[in-house]
Design a protein around this ligand. Sequence first.
Ligand code: NAD
Length: 279
Amino acid sequence: MALILDGKAVAAAYKAKIKAKVDALAARNITCGLAILLVGDDAASRIYADRLVKLATGLGVRAVVRHLPADAAEEEVLTLVRELNADGSIHGILPMMPLPPHLAADRVAAALAPDKDVDALHPLNAGLVATGKSRWAPCTPRAVMAILAHYHIDVSGKHAVIIGRSNVVGKPLAHLLLGQNATVTVCHSKTGDLAALTRQADVLIAAAGRPALIGPDMVRPGAVVIDVGINEVNGAVVGDVAYDAVLPVAAAITPVPGGVGAVTTVMVVEAALRNFGDL
Ligand code: NAD
């Protein structure tokens, strides 16, 4: 039976470090501020934003949600981003993705002040991550790496297979794993024989947003399985991995919920604090 990689335990270790940093700042009368930019009424984004506010507030970081209507003009969004860039009480900005389809996510990303760009969306930060020059990769890939590090799972020389090539999860995660000397394969919706590749994985990371995409026949016995997916099925939150069926095959596995997602939110708060030095 697989070892359960408990995201809440990883998050707890980070929360303690964040709290110590927040307290040190409070002693200097400084309060860190995180702004969450929410355009429209995407239910998942709203739930995620509320969870972030609760977490940040509990840790002593001031979190504000700046909400614009779904039909907000691009210039309105860019004006708000510039306002937050200039606001000295805001240290991190997180635009909730996906934006409504009429808005160009790349122009919003490029408008962010690079040093307040919590999810490394700005092209400068994305480029630094791709060249291995930044430790501020997007929060979800950092959460995956934090889970591996917490459980002393060394990826050096291992074959890591990622399913998903998004700019905020799959691609930056590939760079982080390469930085740790893993051999990385990135699969996506046009990959021919997905199972043939996943079965080769020492570390299998699913980030496709497809419930039960990964069944036990797609997992090499003894593999480490990291499930990034968050899907709603009949009112329940599930990942991309058929958890119960894969559990007896894998050596270690993250649950959903309580896995990567629990760590990602903590990474967002940590990233808002980055201008105050390392934790
Ligand atoms: P996305 O839709 O931008 O990208 C999905 C990727 O999966 C694409 O590259 C696509 O080619 C690939 N894909 C889709 N179906 C596939 C299939 N059948 N076979 C192979 N590849 C397939 O999504 P994203 O923003 O990268 O998020 C991916 C998933 O991770 C979603 O479920 C999302 O909710 C979740 N997510 C979780 C966290 C967390 O903290 N746990 C954070 C961000 C995203």
